[in-house]
Structure formats: structure tokens, C-alpha cells
Write a protein that binds this ligand. Structure first.
Ligand code: HEM
Length: 222
């Protein structure tokens, strides 16, 4: 196994990453063509995904030899997203979410079902890589641009802030080294790569569903 798992993951997901990065919702969001409501809607989708991700990992994998080492509390997003939900949707956001007043798009439900029903250590490891390395990378760019374009304070963007991990680059390097030290055979590596590619697809589908609502609204169609 010549190529390291972290390099294989980066290489094998580069095309899917490019597709997510260039999705119309992301493009218009970063160009300032959407609005704070679109940021609030994205926040709600992320809350549902991360709540499922972190509660499933805690419930079933905290001691798992493959995934356990990555479940760093400093990376957990659910708490940060709860604060952001209160900022964007009011203190009664949980009730609004439960009553369906805050729309959760079909792609978010599909992704969350894959996490809660189809989970394995390999799946959740791939998901952790796609989501958390993404948040520590492009997420930092999204934070800056969304703040600049829509004037949203950090009180509504806690999701993108990682106060407990210090410098991001050395943390990401250590994360990749931890991936490379994992005892995974060829079949295991293949499974993680396949999941990572599919998980980029789940994330891209959320952007597509959000664009169906917010893209058209901007053009005064809806
Ligand atoms: C605005 C859209 C995005 C931008 C501008 C962006 C930008 C970047 C950049 C610059 C890197 C390289 C960082 C490095 O090498 O250290 C990166 C890495 C990454 N991004 Fe994105 N990204 C975006 C969207 C996404 C999305 C939607 C996801 C997944 C849901 C994602 C997942 C990742 C992952 C997993 C990596 C780490 C790749 C690796 O080093 O193995 N990105 N992103």
C-alpha cells in the first residue's frame, strides 16, 4: 500500500470536492447574491446532520479503534450550531424545528438517515474526514465571505469557529498523520474512499435542494 490514506482520500475526492465547491448555492452564497435567511437555512441543515453524526458516534463508536481517536470534543459542532440556530431562528428554534416551521430539505434527511441507519466505523470515519477537514479548510473561507457579504456576527457563525483547537494547519497535519497510522487493509481503505465520495454527494445534494428554494427566490421567481 504505497500511497498514504490521507493522500488517497484527497486524490479520490478531489473531483467531488470541486463539484461541491462550484455548486450554484455555494457560488451565490459567497458572491453575496443570497441573504441571511439562506445562511439560516444552511445552518438548520448542518444542525440536523451534525446532531445525527455526533450522537451516533458517541452512542456506538467512542471506543472504536478506527474512529475513536478522531472524536475530539474540540471538533464537536452541535453546541456551536445550537447557538447559531438561536441567532438565526430565535430562542424557540427547537420547537420550530420539531414542528417543521424551519424547513429541512429532503437531501438532509437522506444524509441523516445514511448516518443513523447505515453507519459503520468506516462510514463515520469517511464522514468525519469530509465534514471536519472541510470545515477546517473551506469552512474558514465560507465564514469570512459570509460575514463580509451579509454582516452576520460570529454570534450566528459559531459553527465555523474552533476556539479549542488553536492553530488550524498543524491540527490538520496531525489529523492526516492519524489517518495514515490507521491499521486498515486494502478492503478497509477501499470502503472508506467509497464512503467519502458518496458523502460529498450527500453534501452536494443539500446545496442543490437549498438552491431550489433560495436561488429562485433571489430571481423573484418564487
Ligand atoms: C465554498 C466552498 C469550498 C471551498 C472554497 C473549499 C476550499 C478548500 C480548500 C482551499 C481546501 C484545501 C485545504 C488544504 O489543503 O489544507 C479544502 C480542503 C477540503 N475541503 Fe473544501 N472547500 C469548499 C467546500 C467544501 C465542501 C462543501 C466540503 C464537504 C462537505 C469540503 C471538504 C473538504 C475536505 C474534506 C478537504 C480536505 C482535503 C484534504 O486535504 O484531504 N469542502 N477545501
Amino acid at each position: 500500500m504505497s500511497i498514504s490514506l490521507s493522500d488517497l482520500l484527497k486524490e479520490s475526492t478531489a473531483a467531488a470536492h470541486e463539484q461541491s465547491e462550484s455548486s450554484p448555492f455555494v457560488g451565490e452564497l459567497l458572491d453575496g447574491k443570497l441573504d441571511a435567511e439562506a445562511v439560516g437555512a444552511l445552518t438548520a441543515q448542518l444542525y440536523v446532520v451534525y446532531w445525527n453524526m455526533e450522537s451516533t458516534a458517541q452512542a456506538h463508536y467512542s471506543q472504536n479503534p478506527l474512529l475513536g481517536g478522531f472524536l475530539d470534543p474540540a471538533l464537536e459542532r452541535t453546541g456551536a450550531l445550537e447557538s447559531d440556530m438561536a441567532y438565526h431562528h430565535g430562542e424557540d428554534w427547537q420547537g420550530k424545528l420539531d414542528d417543521g416551521v424551519i424547513p429541512i430539505v429532503p437531501a438532509t434527511r437522506t444524509y441523516s438517515d445514511a448516518i443513523t441507519n447505515g453507519h459503520s466505523a468506516e462510514f463515520l470515519l469517511a464522514n468525519h474526514y469530509v465534514r471536519l477537514l472541510g470545515d477546517l479548510s473551506g469552512g474558514q473561507i465560507i465564514h469570512r465571505m459570509v460575514q463580509r457579504q451579509y454582516g452576520i456576527p460570529d454570534a450566528g457563525l459559531n459553527f465555523y469557529l474552533f476556539p479549542a483547537i488553536g492553530k488550524i494547519k498543524p491540527y490538520k497535519d496531525a489529523y492526516r498523520q492519524r489517518l495514515d497510522k490507521l491499521d486498515l487493509d486494502e478492503a478497509g481503505r477501499k470502503a472508506v474512499i467509497g464512503h467519502a465520495q458518496r458523502i460529498f454527494g450527500y453534501n452536494g445534494a443539500i446545496f442543490t435542494d437549498l438552491y431550489a428554494t433560495f436561488g429562485d427566490k433571489q430571481r423573484g421567481v418564487a
